[in-house]
Write a protein that binds this ligand. Structure first.
Ligand code: UTP
Length: 233
């Protein structure tokens, strides 16, 4: 029987925040290698602070949004290469550049790691489109916060976490597209639309909490938010 396919969107803020990054990447790789015996894993890496830095400097220099996005994509692919290195022979050696390639490479390798895909989306959008393309069982959004909150918990201390959300709730919370490179929200509007269209089950977890990442991948216990059909876990 073919393995269930799971897509993990790994924020750059989780992968390379500048806090013991190589140790974290090594531990994450160990977990993914173990779980790849049971699941076909597709990981999408975000750009994080390095991407934001390049986008900020490029914008100051007068680069247009497409050129800024193109730099962001390069940074996401560099991050993919860091994880690929830690995964060793279990992972495809090069980040695929489109979904068809990802699907094909997934036939050959237990773990596929890719970065960005085209201008004017984010890696959450890529992860949602990839989940749709490979008909994933679920999409794990491993981010810097432990779920979707009523407001940004770093700014609003009284914000509370949703345990469950419906697709309609997600669309409402994600808001409208900004059209600017480097946005920073838990799930952006384009990704939210794809998730709703393809009825993808999404588990939002704190990516550095590897117990929760594991729980979400296997569909077990974890701290975070589930987005689904009727908002049920
Ligand atoms: P990310 O998707 O990583 O953005 O890509 P982010 O919102 O900063 O995510 P975290 O912090 O990693 O979770 C960085 C930038 O690269 C461009 C966009 O400008 C994005 O904001 N990008 C990325 C694209 O244009 N297309 C892609 O497919 C991916």
């Amino acid at each position: 029987m073919p393995k269930d396919r799971i897509v993990v969107s790994l924020g750059g803020s989780v992968l390379v925040p500048g806090e013991d990054d190589s140790e974290y990447i090594r531990n994450l790789a160990r977990l993914l290698i173990r779980l790849s015996d049971m699941y076909a894993l597709f990981v999408v890496t975000g750009g994080g602070r390095p991407a934001r830095y390049y986008i900020e400097v490029g914008r100051d220099l007068g680069m247009d949004e497409r050129a800024l996005d193109a730099m962001g994509i390069i940074l996401t692919r560099l991050n993919a290469r860091l994880l690929i290195q830690a995964l060793g022979p279990k992972a495809s050696p090069e980040p695929p550049e489109d979904y068809e390639e990802a699907r094909e490479v997934g036939e050959e390798y237990d773990i596929v790691v890719m970065g960005g895909q085209r201008v004017s989306i984010t890696t959450d959008g890529v992860a949602a489109e990839l989940a749709e393309a490979v008909e994933a069982t679920r999409l794990i959004n491993a981010t810097s916060v432990d779920g979707v909150y009523t407001a940004d918990p770093n700014i609003e201390p009284t914000a509370s976490r949703f345990d469950k959300l419906s697709y309609e709730d997600l669309i409402r919370i994600a808001g409208r597209p900004t059209g600017l490179a480097g946005p920073s929200i838990v799930i952006d509007p384009h990704a939210a639309q794809v998730i709703k269209r393809a009825r993808i089950s999404v588990y939002v977890v704190q990516g550095r909490d590897l117990k929760s990442v594991e729980g979400a991948i296997i569909g077990g216990d974890f701290v975070g938010t589930v987005i689904g059909e009727d908002g049920s876990r």
